[in-house]
Design a protein around this ligand. Sequence first.
Ligand code: CMC
Length: 428
Amino acid sequence: MSEVAKLLIDGKELTFPVIEGSQGEKAIDIRSLRQETGYITFDPGFGNTGTCRSSITYMDGEKGILRYRGFSIEQLAEQSTFVETAFLLITGELPTREELTRTSVYLNDFSPLHESMKAFYQNYPPKAHPMGILSAMVNAMRSFYPELTDIEEEMNKTYLRIISKIRTMAAMAYRISLGERVVYPRPDLCYCGNFLNMMFDSAVVPYRLDDDLIRALNVFWILHADHEQNCSTTAVRVVGSGKVNIYSTISAGISALWGPLHGGANQAVVNMLEKIHNKGFTVKECLAKAKDRNDPFRLYGFGHRVYKTFDPRAKIMKKVCDVVLSKLKRKDPLLEIVQRLEEAALNDSYFKEKNLYPNVDFYSGILLRAMGIPTNMFTVMFAIGRLPGWISQWKEDVADTEMKISRPRQIYSGKQKRDYIPINKRTL
Ligand code: CMC
């Protein structure tokens, strides 16, 4: 007989099936719990709740394992490209040469922006955060490309349209924020090279593409491409479960990513490091603040809901960072602070006891700074990378016959029923 879990409740013994994943992880299937008992489960932050079956990404937080569709993040970072990894996540398999060529053709075809979309930028205040602009622009795509069908081939084009245009939108937002001329995508450049060129090319000093930087950007985006049921992906699944169109669903994912506890941590890490550097804050003071329960300060770039050891992405990011800094012969004073912070935190009993290790964002800001990406664009860089993950999770959710509209329950803790009091009879 398959494994079951027993629950003794109100003197009654109930049996629930146990579901086992392909890597041996187990879940108690409590779907009939409320109907049978009137009880619900209580799990704020969903730390113990599985919301779907997924065949996209596997993580083992205790061992520091991350795999996309069965391939280790280490091998993908070493050998794959971002476009190939995106194809893998969305379709489930690595592309053939022919499929990859077709994908690149579509990415090129879709890369320019509709002229009317450009007007959007001009109307934003100059200090608008690029994440807010990006989320609005992706949502607006629904109005520019309304013809969405169920035909797989057409939907595949829609996925590539978003992946291609998000890169143009991000680079354009940056150029316009500087008051500089917009650089258009070039069909002769690869996905990452095109992005760097659109960001940094200038009529005065033409941008010289560097293979090591292109490689570093590929790795950066591969490392961010998916991370199973994190905050923004859950937002995508929850919003998508109401059968919202894909553009608005991805826009919700971008908004969810923005926060400093999630994708916004890369910007928060660099802001924190700059504070330490500029204001003479010591590493010791920083750790003391992070450990003080009455202080809202956190050591950004440390800790993770799933990883209770080194985030495997952080290890790779650190290496890429070293390569890029030495290639550019650049010394970043923040790198030295990062290294001192890491060493101090890893040897601190508070961080040891709570299993707080560096996560992907601890080193990513240093890499992006070295590449010339401005701090307020860091989370946009994360969003471009996470896009294939959101798309594949949305696609899986839509196709899953087990899925329903997301609608959690709650434990009500407010007032009991009471009578309405007319305003002239209310007392303080
Ligand atoms: N600095 C100081 N204390 C921390 C930190 C930190 N960075 N992270 C967790 N803690 C403490 C926390 O105060 C709590 O202490 P206590 O048990 O005394 O209440 C304990 O460790 C457990 O933390 P939690 O907040 O309950 O854990 P969580 O799983 O809900 O949160 C997290 C995970 C990533 C939000 C959290 O570790 C954090 O805020 N880290 C800093 C922000 C950050 O770097 N985020 C990027 C995550 S990786 C990129 C991504 O995928 O989004």
